[in-house]
Design a protein around this ligand. Structure first.
Ligand code: GYE
Length: 347
């Protein structure tokens, strides 16, 4: 009799202990697998990953449109290596959202432990991220942001403050052109609807509203590529003989614009007729800044691999990562940048 009572007590104690450790009753497997809502403790992954197997990460990358993107891909591949205990499933979406949606569905089917998404544009993610949530797979957003109706559809985001980047460029223009109130500005935009475009564009548009003499004489997308940047700049130059500033939303479009201006016999950069502003501050972009071809280059840091790995590590330990994490960034002026500064940089 005594023995039966003891056994029963032991059984009750075990159930409590199991619950206290975050265990779930066997018939509630679906909920156990679902990523928890914001602020909850148990945002740990759905993983059945055996302790000895690698963690499987599916990464949907935007494409290979720019030097920034290449550095970002490299950072992710270096971080999520087999040597570091990961199996990375990498998908290049070639700048198409539908390819990213297909990639995410494949990751779900393959039952990856984590999905990492660098979204091409902000909108259009609700359905597929709901599918990931239903499958209990946590989604980490990196680089550009997403705009979803329910923010429990993603675990967290890490990236840049693109609006702040635009504001930095505008502050530089206000100082540089303090005595030249009338400016004809050519605006080469990134992929329309991407956070990088939205923030950098907003910065300039707000600046143009504040500064009565600033005129956006052309505003067109170059899709963040050098080829498109050049093509668009060539046609803009034909229609606008009098340009003071080119505001290119990334280095590669700035390179394209520089080629177009060179071909058209325009002078630009330090001491030239047209000031060039760029974003990313990639290695090649900074070399052009040091050479005086780009006047001002606003940094955008692509080294997100270790940041995403730190988030995954937190989640593996049962911790809740910060919902939104912004990376600190600086900017470079052609008149003060040095070769040593460029050489000391990791990208
Ligand atoms: O500025 C651009 C790339 O989203 C921050 O995308 C990224 C942007 C970057 O193509 O070069």
């Amino acid at each position: 009799m005594k023995k039966i009572v003891l056994t029963a007590l032991l059984a009750v104690a075990m159930v409590f202990a199991f619950a206290a450790c975050g265990g779930q009753p066997a018939d509630d497997g679906d909920d156990a697998a679902a990523p928890a809502a914001e602020g909850s403790e148990s945002e740990s992954p759905a993983t059945d990953a055996s302790a000895d197997g690698p963690l499987v990460v599916g990464f949907s990358q935007v494409g290979a449109e720019s030097d920034w993107r290449t550095a970002n891909t490299q950072s992710m591949k270096d971080t999520f290596s087999e040597a570091n205990g990961y199996k990375l499933i990498f998908d290049d979406a070639q700048q198409k959202q539908e390819n990213q949606i297909t990639a995410i569905r494949n990751f779900i089917q393959q039952e990856v432990n984590y999905i990492v998404l660098a979204p091409v544009t902000e909108t259009g993610w609700d359905t597929v991220l709901q599918e990931a949530k239903d499958a209990g797979i946590p989604v980490i957003i990196v680089d550009r942001m997403i705009d979803v109706s329910d923010d429990t559809l993603f675990t967290c985001w890490v990236g840049s403050d693109f609006r702040a980047e635009g504001d930095k460029a505008v502050a530089w223009m206000e100082e540089k052109f303090a005595d030249t109130p009338n400016l004809n500005i050519v605006h080469l935009q990134g992929t329309i609807g991407s956070s990088a475009q939205i923030g950098r564009t907003e910065g300039l548009e707000v600046g143009a509203e504040k500064n009565a003499g600033w005129k956006l004489v052309a505003q067109q997308t170059g899709e963040f590529t050098q080829a498109k940047g050049q093509e668009v700049m060539e046609s803009i130059l034909k229609q606008n003989p009098d340009i003071n500033v080119v505001y290119a939303e990334n280095d590669n479009m700035a390179f394209g614009a520089i080629d177009a201006m060179t071909a058209a016999g325009k002078t630009f950069g330090v001491g030239g007729d047209i000031a060039v502003i760029s974003f990313d501050a990639t290695h090649a972009g900074l070399e052009d800044t040091l050479a005086g071809k780009i006047d001002y280059n606003v940094e955008c840091n692509p080294l997100h691999g270790p940041r995403v790995a730190a988030i995954i590590e937190q989640m593996q330990n049962g911790e809740t990562p910060e919902k939104l994490a912004y990376v600190d960034e600086v900017a470079f002026d052609a008149t003060t940048i040095t070769q040593e500064e460029i050489d000391a940089r990791a990208y």
